[in-house]
Write a protein that binds this ligand. Sequence first.
Ligand SMILES: Nc1ncnc2c1ncn2[C@@H]1O[C@H](COP(=O)(O)OP(=O)(O)OP(=O)(O)O)[C@@H](O)[C@H]1O
Length: 252
Amino acid sequence: MTQYKMAASGLDFYYGDFKALKDISLNFVEKEVTALIGPSGCGKSTFLRCLNRMNDLIPGTRVDGLVALDGEDIYDARLDVVELRRRVGMVFQKPNPFPKTIFENVAYGLRVNGWTDKAAIAERVEESLQHAALFNEVKDRLHSSALGLSGGQQQRLCIARALAVRPEVLLMDEPASALDPIATQKIEELIHVLKDELTIIIVTHNMQQAARVSDVTAFFYMGELIESAPTKTMFTRPEKKQTEDYITGRFG
Ligand SMILES: Nc1ncnc2c1ncn2[C@@H]1O[C@H](COP(=O)(O)OP(=O)(O)OP(=O)(O)O)[C@@H](O)[C@H]1O
């Protein structure tokens, strides 16, 4: 039996009485990129946030069903949520660096995880910035404010910050939608490189982007998963009429 890196099965999610996700079952193969697509409000971000329990932070919400990481239920009461979020990192739509230096942004997660050895921290910070394809642009100003970087650089810094704690899965919620085309291209190139080591799940509104970066695409509509398939199949021979209508731009 294939052991999936992550798997959701029969997942329902409620904001109060509103059921935002209905019986979602979707598996994620290790080191593949999965794109979540669908019209605004269909539940893509809600689903993404279920995968590292970010929704726990929203009062009045409830989740039913199972989400597994390496076969283990992430909603188990005994699970350490801090460790879960170390293993399943997240990058958001708007770059959100802390008002600290570039160095301290990347070192942040290490310090939270108890690192104190200065040399080890410096080494991991450099490695993470290299990994996020940002090091060469910032190496001479590591101790300047991160807020002085361009939007695209800030987003790569946020990726470096997520990578510093060596996650196994990276959740990306429209990571390039606030960026210009050149910065977007850099993020897409980075996804190609990162998937050698990580399982990536990305929400995107941009169908061309989904087609370029992902191995598998999943189409959501009104809280339901309509279909998921290898990206090539999805964009050439979707099974469901709703998927076809969406990817050909007939709605959404
Ligand atoms: N904090 C919240 N409280 C109540 N309802 C919410 C909350 N967040 C999202 N919703 C609702 O849940 C549904 C799914 O929202 P979600 O943000 O997951 O969709 P989405 O597909 O990611 O949309 P978009 O592409 O516009 O970001 C929507 O109807 C939305 O209004």
